[in-house]
Each structure stands twice: as C-alpha cells, then as structure tokens.
Design a protein around this ligand. Structure first.
Ligand code: AHG
Ligand code: MN
Ligand code: MN
Ligand code: MN
Length: 334
C-alpha cells in the first residue's frame, strides 16, 4: 500500500461523517504544522541559538528552556489562526487563552490543552522530547465559556495525541476510534501513516520510575518495585529499568514494546508531579484506546474531575496487565 499522509488519513476517516464540515481536519492540520516547525528547530538545535535556558521561570516554577518558549509560541499561533478554537491552555502560561474574549481570528468550538515541549530538561543533552495535546469540544454552544466547559472529564476528550521528536519525529493520536501513528518524512514535509491501529502489548519487560524517589514512595509502590526485581521466568522478571525522563519518550516506548511507567506521589509532589490536563489525560485516552490502562493507583485518570488548570496527579500508565498488578499491590497494602 503506498504512503498515506495524515491529511489523506483524516479525510478518509471524515468520509464516514458526511455532515462533518472539516473543522477537526483543520485543527489537526494546525497541530501538524506547529509540530513540523518545532521538529525543524529541534533538529538544528545544536546549530541555532535555540538551546539553553530562557532565563525565566514558568508558572510551575521551572526554569524555562528556549525551546519551551519557541514551541509554546508556535502551537498557540497555529491554533489561534486556524479559527476552530475557543480556548487554548499551555503548561507555560498560568491562565488559558479564552479566544471568545480576545481574538482577531474566527473562534470555533474546540478547547485545546497542551504541553508544548515535554522533557525539556533533556533538550541540551540531545535526548528525545515531545509535545502532548488534548482536545475537547465546548459543552456550551456560544457566549462565554463556563465551568461546565472547563470541568469536562478526560473521558470527554474528542481527541488526544503526542509528537515525539526522537530518532524520527512521530505524531500519535486518537479520536476515540483507536490509536494511529504517523512518521514525518522531512523530504516531503508530510506525516505518513506508519503505525496503523497501535495496540499496547498487554504486558512488557520494562518499568519506568525515578528510583531516586524510592524512599518517598508508599509501601505498596515499594513492594511493587521489589516485585519488578524478583526472578520469575514466567512473567519475564526481573524487568529491565528504563527511565528517559521525558514522559512522551518513556510512554512511546511502552506503546510500542509494552511496559509500565509510574510517577507516584512523593514528598516533593504530594499530588504527583505530572499535570492532569495536558500530560496525564491525553496519554490516558491514547493508552486506553490502544488497549492499555492509566490510573492514579486508586481510580482511572480519565474519571478525575478537573478543578484547576495545572493540577497534578499520580500516574501509573502502560500495559494493561502490568498496571492492574500495581493496583493489586495498592489494594493489598492499603
Ligand atoms: P516538562 O518538561 O513538560 O515540564 O515535563 C517533565 C516531566 C516529564 O516529561 C518527565 O516524565 C518528568 O517530568 C521527569 O520528572 P523527574 O525529573 O522528577 O523524574
Ligand atoms: Mn516544564
Ligand atoms: Mn511535560
Ligand atoms: Mn513541558
């Protein structure tokens, strides 16, 4: 089968919805454009003046990297200009951008939450980094956005995806009908279907956790990490430890090979470090659509009622059987 570009794939999907007006297609094209621009900068980062610190902190109190700011700017620019959005929220800004109140472009019905550059502590070390996005349709039909729009559960996402800027640049996304992966062919500037109907293997051989937090973990998590290290041929244990420190890269490895990623709550991050709206919800939607599982340890990520834009949550995500095993340990030891 010849190459199928992202645009061709979307229009084929859209053919099933005759009354669709192409709004979602435009939205995804805007995301793909911004991803190509970030890809270009990431790939020449060593040469252009795009490495290093921006010299400012973001709302999270993190040292902003130049590429954080660059990626944030281009995703906001592309998403505002496409005229299909009413709300844009980024890790890099304290408040979301309510386009119903302030935009010179047409305003649409989509709300987009995104992490413009995930794993930014790895940029200068030339380690894989990513972008994560989460898309909702506003619940209210027009006028100002209301709490009803902002409190939608992760289960109400209409789409979610990530870009991984690695040995190749890939876009992986779901609209609730399975998960598909596209690889950027820079010679033609197109994302081409490379991983149709991605499924996370139900088990894997690797676990990802920042072991330096071990002393801060609950007994259940400590017991699970011991379980990972025990000898047991039948369940391919001991697992290998793999931790890149870029959530998108650790997650993508598990999408392809199977495995589990854990960022439990710690003393430094009593609610967990990772952010619900633009890291955990989108990856949880993608994982579930690919046959995987995503939990806080006590409840599915997608059922958390959002309270505020940058709220954090513990995250245990990946192969279905492996995540269920952690939930078993949490049940046994709580
Ligand atoms: P971001 O770069 O968007 O702020 O996200 C960083 C996150 C995530 O990418 C990664 O899994 C995690 O931080 C690593 O945290 P630790 O360094 O505490 O392990
Ligand atoms: Mn950050
Ligand atoms: Mn991130
Ligand atoms: Mn980030």
């Amino acid at each position: 089968m010849g190459i199928q570009t992202l645009e061709q794939f979307i229009s084929k999907q859209q053919a099933q919805f005759p009354n669709a007006k192409g709004e979602f297609t435009h939205l995804l094209q805007a995301i793909s454009l911004a991803a190509k621009i970030v890809h270009r900068e990431v790939n020449k980062a060593g040469l252009a003046d795009i490495l290093g610190k921006q010299g400012k902190q973001n709302v999270q109190g993190e040292e902003q990297q130049k590429l954080d700011v660059f990626a944030d700017h281009h995703f906001i620019d592309a998403l505002e200009k496409v005229g299909e959005c009413c709300y844009l929220a980024s890790e890099e800004h304290e408040d979301g951008l309510d386009l119903t109140k302030q935009s010179i472009y047409p305003v649409g019905k989509y709300m987009v939450y995104f992490d413009p550059l995930d794993g930014s502590s790895n940029i200068d070390a030339n380690v894989s980094i990513g972008t994560i996005f989460s898309i909702y349709k506003r619940v209210t039909t027009d006028g100002p956005l209301t709490l009803e729009d902002f409190e939608q559960l992760g289960r109400q996402q209409v789409a979610a995806g990530y870009v991984i800027y690695g040995s190749s640049t890939m876009l992986v996304y779901t609209t609730g009908k399975g998960t598909n992966g596209f690889t950027l062919d820079p010679s033609i500037g197109e994302f081409c279907l490379s991983h149709p109907n991605l499924r996370i293997p139900s088990s894997g051989k690797t676990y990802s956790v920042n072991e330096s937090n071990y002393n801060q973990f609950s007994t259940a998590i400590k017991q699970y990490l011991q379980y990972c290290k025990e000898q047991d041929k039948e369940t391919s244990r001991p697992y290998s430890s793999r931790y890149i420190g870029s959530l998108v890269a650790d997650f993508h490895r598990n999408m392809i090979q199977g495995g589990i990623f854990l960022y439990p709550d710690t003393l430094a991050y009593p609610d967990g470090k990772l952010r619900l709206m633009y890291e955990c919800n989108p990856l949880a939607f993608i994982a579930e659509q690919a046959g995987g599982r995503a939990t806080t340890g006590l409840m599915p990520i997608l059922d958390i009622r959002p309270q505020e834009l940058h709220q954090r949550t513990p995250l245990i995500i990946g192969s279905d059987k492996m995540v269920k095993m952690v939930e078993w340990f949490i049940h046994e030891y709580s």
